[in-house]
Write a protein that binds this ligand. Structure first.
Ligand SMILES: *[C@@H]1O[C@H](CO)[C@@H](O)[C@H](O)[C@H]1NC(C)=O
Ligand SMILES: *[C@@H]1O[C@H](CO)[C@@H](O)[C@H](O)[C@H]1NC(C)=O
Ligand SMILES: *[C@@H]1O[C@H](CO)[C@@H](O)[C@H](O)[C@H]1NC(C)=O
Ligand SMILES: *[C@@H]1O[C@H](CO)[C@@H](O)[C@H](O)[C@H]1NC(C)=O
Ligand SMILES: *[C@@H]1O[C@H](CO)[C@@H](O)[C@H](O)[C@H]1NC(C)=O
Ligand SMILES: *[C@@H]1O[C@H](CO)[C@@H](O)[C@H](O)[C@H]1NC(C)=O
Ligand SMILES: *[C@@H]1O[C@H](CO)[C@@H](O)[C@H](O)[C@H]1NC(C)=O
Ligand SMILES: *[C@@H]1O[C@H](CO)[C@@H](O)[C@H](O)[C@H]1NC(C)=O
Ligand SMILES: [Zn+2]
Length: 416
């Protein structure tokens, strides 16, 4: 195989890996990862000068959703990249913004997405997503080139997904690495695989539970050793059997929701003792079920979310946003987090709980202690919206202003 062919093939299959299931025949994609990396890094370097306004900005007359609930009208002060305290309003405010009684939210966190370039980070940002978790990293430099982009959505990066030879995800990984050297073959070699991943310091480890996939012992060992190295573990599981495996392994977050049979209340309750959370990604589950009617059961996915919620399992908002042609379903960046909020509400969450799923709960789970709430000392990741999202969650779709790390984002999407 010529290197060029290898690259093409790899990327073709890589795209399938971004989601799960089947690969549509005839899909074709050619991507030059080195060029993307170079472009992302170049973009960063041309924007080094971008910084928050000097002085103190006062966002006045706003009802603050502080990450938990909506508070009475008040003023939020920001200086540099942080929210500051200003007792008796004694600060030297250089910029007054009238919030007109609108609602100020912490920047939204999309806990499951697949951004690959700065255009996608810009799209996330214009919809008020200020942090996202990149759920699979196949090319380390390309993933790193998405981080530390001043004034854009912040990215935390997961490992390459751990997948077994012959499984749907394993076939993808093998197509990417060319010879199966990145696959997980058994519970002994799994530890070598993990060392290779930990060596480049991903923010978390990604596992895949799937049919014909890793056995329970291997999932257990990978989880345990990740924890010994202080790495959280996120595990893909889009079918009931896979969910049981992921929960049993003790992973920190289970990604997706079964599109076959809902999980039992007992399984959901066992997650509480294990301190596990769920990122249902209803947006892509719904997109898949619409694309393949009769094959996948979205009602079952919704039912699992209802059961998780009733058991008290923390739920995080994630979308599986990706724009790669040829995969099971595409989900747009940015707008999808607002759809996810609506789907979570439709599945039975109170609007306030849905908003927490995209702010405080997500930040807490990911150890992002400097964000997800509006409080003194936290990152000034903020979203000003009109309407009351606690009355109608679709109010988040009326965006007035956005700040990312204290920098006001130009090009806010507005009402959509
Ligand atoms: C991130 O970017 C800022 C500003 O451009 C720079 O000062 C800082 O060193 C960068 N941090 C990392 C970890 O690259
Ligand atoms: C307040 O800020 C303005 C402009 O930032 C500056 O000119 C002025 O001296 C400051 N006043 C005080 C009391 O710090
Ligand atoms: C980023 O990726 C998307 C989807 O592949 C593509 O449409 C867009 O042109 C890319 N942007 C850049 C700057 O390469
Ligand atoms: C993975 O590829 C092998 C060899 O081409 C094939 O036999 C197997 O069915 C594939 N696995 C899945 C789940 O598609
Ligand atoms: C597999 O391919 C990689 C490059 O993609 C190479 O570094 C590695 O040595 C190869 N391993 C084997 C066992 O051939
Ligand atoms: C585990 O897999 C590796 C890589 O394929 C292989 O070399 C080794 O013999 C296997 N070990 C066991 C115990 O099966
Ligand atoms: C889909 O799942 C729901 C909830 O479990 C169930 O009531 C329904 O019968 C399922 N539909 C099909 C076609 O299996
Ligand atoms: C929420 O707002 C949307 C958009 O304005 C509207 O279509 C929908 O009917 C509203 N829902 C409720 C329950 O009021
Ligand atoms: Zn994903």
């Amino acid at each position: 195989m010529s290197p060029r062919f290898t690259l093409k093939t790899a990327l073709l299959f890589l795209t399938v890996g971004l989601s799960k299931a089947c690969f549509e025949e005839g899909a074709h994609l050619e991507v030059d990862w080195k060029a993307i990396t170079a472009h992302n890094n170049e973009f960063r370097s041309t924007r080094r000068h971008i910084a928050p306004k000097a002085g103190v900005t006062a966002i006045e007359n706003v009802r603050v959703f502080d990450g938990y609930s909506v508070l009475p009208v008040s003023t939020v002060f920001i200086q540099g990249d942080k929210i500051i305290d200003c007792p008796q309003h004694a600060c030297n405010v250089s910029d007054h913004i009238d919030g007109n009684g609108r609602v100020l939210l912490p920047g939204l966190i999309d806990a499951h997405a697949h951004p690959g370039n700065v255009t996608q980070l810009q799209t996330l940002s214009q919809y008020g997503v200020t942090t996202t978790a990149l759920m699979a990293c196949y090319f380390v430099e390309a993933c790193r080139s998405l981080t530390n982009q001043t004034g854009l959505a912040d990215v935390i990066v997961g490992s390459i997904p751990a997948a077994a030879p012959g499984s749907a995800h394993g076939n993808i990984t093998k197509a990417v690495d060319g010879n199966g050297s990145q696959l997980v073959y058994n519970s002994t070699q799994a530890l070598e695989w993990l060392d290779t991943q930990l060596a480049w310091k991903p923010d978390f480890v990604k596992l895949v539970a799937e049919s014909l996939g890793l056995d329970q012992e291997t999932l257990n060992v990978l989880t345990q050793h990740s924890h010994e190295n202080n790495k959280p573990v996120a595990c893909h599981a889009s079918a009931h059997e896979a969910w049981v495996q992921a929960v049993t392994a003790g992973v920190d977050s289970v990604q997706h929701t079964p599109l076959d049979t809902p999980i039992s209340l007992r399984l959901a309750e066992s997650m509480i003792c294990r301190r596990q959370v769920a990122t249902p990604t209803l947006t892509i589950m719904k997109a898949i079920s619409i694309k393949y009617p009769g094959r996948y059961n979205y009602t079952a996915a919704q039912e699992s979310v209802r059961i998780l919620h009733s058991a008290g399992v923390p739920i995080l908002a994630g979308t599986d946003a990706n724009e790669v042609p040829g995969i099971i379903a595409n989900v747009p960046f940015g707008s999808s987090i607002h759809q996810e909020l609506q789907l979570l509400v439709q599945a039975g969450l109170d609007p306030a709980v849905a908003l927490r799923a995209a702010t405080s709960i997500a930040a807490k789970h990911w150890g992002l202690h400097n964000r997800g709430v509006i409080a003194t000392g936290k990152r000034a990741d903020l979203l000003l919206i009109s309407g009351n999202p606690l009355e109608n969650i679709s109010a988040t779709q009326n965006i007035q202003k956005i700040w990312v790390g204290g920098i006001e984002y130009e090009g806010v999407i507005g009402t959509f």
